[in-house]
Write a protein that binds this ligand. Structure first.
Ligand code: DC
Length: 225
């Protein structure tokens, strides 16, 4: 049976993960959140007291790091670090920064490559990240570059944080987001960029439902689904 792969890349806060999860559910595919995988490495490095920007020190820690992922019955992706469920612990702003920093090291990206590719070999997937269409799954059936203006993304993140009971001023959220964008775009190893054959979907002016429908149409136009 053919396994389909849908790659969704884009900057943080564009709504990739919710879109990818809903789309995976609609098509009966596995949703793979690769940001969560980088976050798990970031958490491990923070716990070890290592500077996430120190490539050599980070690389030295990789052999002792066991990163696994499993999907619960409700489709939620759980992350495990050396057997411990760290799904909740990886969602802090500190871990976001650490994930972005460790993701800049080629050794980390190579370390995580097989895990990501093997999932796409064994399942139909909707995989979201920064380099899925460009590096991890260059032959993906559908590639989408999901984006929105920095202001719109920061505004959405500010709302989300306040709903989660951890409010933060908009200006601070925007500054942090722009810094992470800069880091993700300017790094040497697999920088964030749109694949040549990716469809650009800017949802600054779209509701979530409209974005879901736009993606579904893109998928149906490019596959037999
Ligand atoms: O999507 P996210 O915000 O959970 O990702 C956290 C960080 O991980 C992001 O700033 C960059 C890094 N990342 C990456 O380098 N490559 C990926 N495929 C996914 C995430």
């Amino acid at each position: 049976m053919k396994h389909y792969s849908i790659a969704i890349d884009g900057p943080s806060g564009a709504g990739k993960s919710t879109l990818a999860r809903v789309t995976a559910e609609k098509f009966g595919f596995l949703y793979v959140d690769t940001g969560a995988i980088y976050r798990t490495v970031g958490l491990s490095i923070l716990r070890a007291g290592v500077d996430p920007k120190d490539g050599a020190a980070v690389a030295a820690r990789l052999p002792e790091m066991r990163i696994e992922l499993a999907h619960a019955a409700d489709g939620l992706q759980h992350m495990y670090l050396n057997g411990e469920d760290v799904t909740e612990q990886i969602r802090t702003p500190e871990v976001s920064m650490a994930a972005s920093a460790v993701g800049a090291h080629a050794a980390v990206r190579a370390f995580l490559m097989d895990l990501q590719r093997n999932l796409a070999k064994s399942h139909s997937v909707v995989m979201d990240g920064r380099d899925i269409g460009t590096v991890v799954l260059p032959d993906a059936d559908v590639k989408v570059f999901l984006t929105a203006s920095a202001q719109e993304r920061a505004w959405r993140r500010t709302l989300e944080l306040s709903q989660r009971g951890a409010p933060k001023p908009y200006e601070e959220v925007l500054a942090e987001l722009e810094r992470r964008d800069r880091d993700d775009v300017s790094r040497d190893a697999a920088p964030l960029r749109q694949a040549e054959d990716a469809v650009r979907l800017d949802n600054s002016q779209l509701t979530f439902q409209e974005t879901v429908e736009a993606l579904e149409q893109i998928i149906r136009e490019r596959t037999a689904l």
